[in-house]
Design a protein around this ligand. Structure first.
Ligand code: AMP
Ligand code: ZN
Ligand code: FE
Ligand code: FE
Length: 274
């Protein structure tokens, strides 16, 4: 199937509404799109409905942030959206973001970056306030040249970690998705920035919790990284997934929707697809 299994909408920190994203995917020629917003499943109904209308398979997805490393993210696919450990976890993560937003504003004010929470919330548009929303307002107000600079100088520093929200550990993320009947993939493994042997130990640990796949195909993976992740997937009996992590060009200027030939049979069976 021609697929992109990692995308974001306005339900989290993406630029396009779920219905707009599905339309873009249809225009791009995709057969399967997974919407994987950060720590929320709120955009899925709209995406699935639009997919049904346009004849594009939309796979319910989510991207959960785990506690162990800064960018240890677990992708979930094809779960039920009925109340479950997963919906409870998403509600807790949303509360954590709600409490974090004024801490971020105070942190930025201490650094002389005087942006207002009201402006960030207006730009975000929805209930989920993510760091990229703060970054975009900082660009707009001239404090930084780019979102990347906002992260490098303020929002992804060691000092920033003091005010970060509480997150579940990777095991809880995987178990919540599995308990809702979903499959899991280890997102963009390069982002945890571990040496190869430590990364392999992490993959082994996650596989022990029931991880199903590794996101081997990702625009920012080098050929060497991709080959390593494919080898690890093979060694630990995991599937390979791929996704662009598309957020819209305003959020990630260099990332477009991907159109990769992926084996999606294991994700689409058992009535998981809608
Ligand atoms: P949040 O979940 O609100 O903490 O924000 C996480 C999002 O911020 C990720 O999905 C990325 O899109 C973005 N992000 C995190 N770290 C960086 C970074 N160093 N540079 C650019 N974007 C980042
Ligand atoms: Zn994001
Ligand atoms: Fe991620
Ligand atoms: Fe993502």
């Amino acid at each position: 199937m021609i697929a992109d299994l990692h995308t974001h909408s306005t339900a989290s920190d993406g630029q396009y509404a779920p219905s707009e994203l599905v339309r873009l995917a249809k225009d791009r020629g995709l057969q399967v799109l997974a919407l994987t917003d950060h720590d929320t499943i709120d955009g899925l109904d709209e995406a699935v409905r639009t997919g049904a209308a346009l004849g594009l398979r939309v796979l319910r997805g989510v991207e959960l942030s785990a506690r162990e490393y800064r960018s240890l993210h677990i992708l979930g696919y094809g779960f039920s959206t009925a109340p479950s450990a997963l919906t409870r976890l998403c509600a807790e993560m949303k509360a954590g973001r709600d409490q974090r937003k004024s801490r971020i504003i105070d942190f930025l004010h201490e650094k002389g970056v005087d942006i207002s929470l009201a402006e960030v919330e207006e730009l975000a548009g929805g209930d989920v306030i993510g760091r990229p929303h703060f970054a975009q307002v900082m660009v707009r107000r001239g404090y930084v040249q780019s979102s990347r600079e906002a992260f490098d100088r303020y929002l992804d520093t060691d000092e920033y970690q003091r005010i970060e929200r509480r997150k579940p550990d990777a095991r809880a993320c995987i178990e919540a998705i599995r308990s809702a009947g979903g499959k899991t993939s280890f997102a963009h493994p390069y982002q945890v920035k571990l040496p190869d042997d430590a990364l392999e130990a992490l993959v082994r640990e996650l596989a022990g919790y029931g991880l199903d796949a590794i996101e081997c195909y990702y625009p920012r993976h080098t050929a060497e990284q991709q080959a390593l992740y494919l080898r690890l997937a093979e060694k630990y009996g995991l599937h390979a997934t791929g996704g662009s992590d598309f957020h819209g060009e305003r959020v990630k200027p260099d990332i477009t929707l991907a159109a990769w030939e992926l084996d999606t049979g294991w994700l689409l069976d058992q009535g998981r697809i809608v």
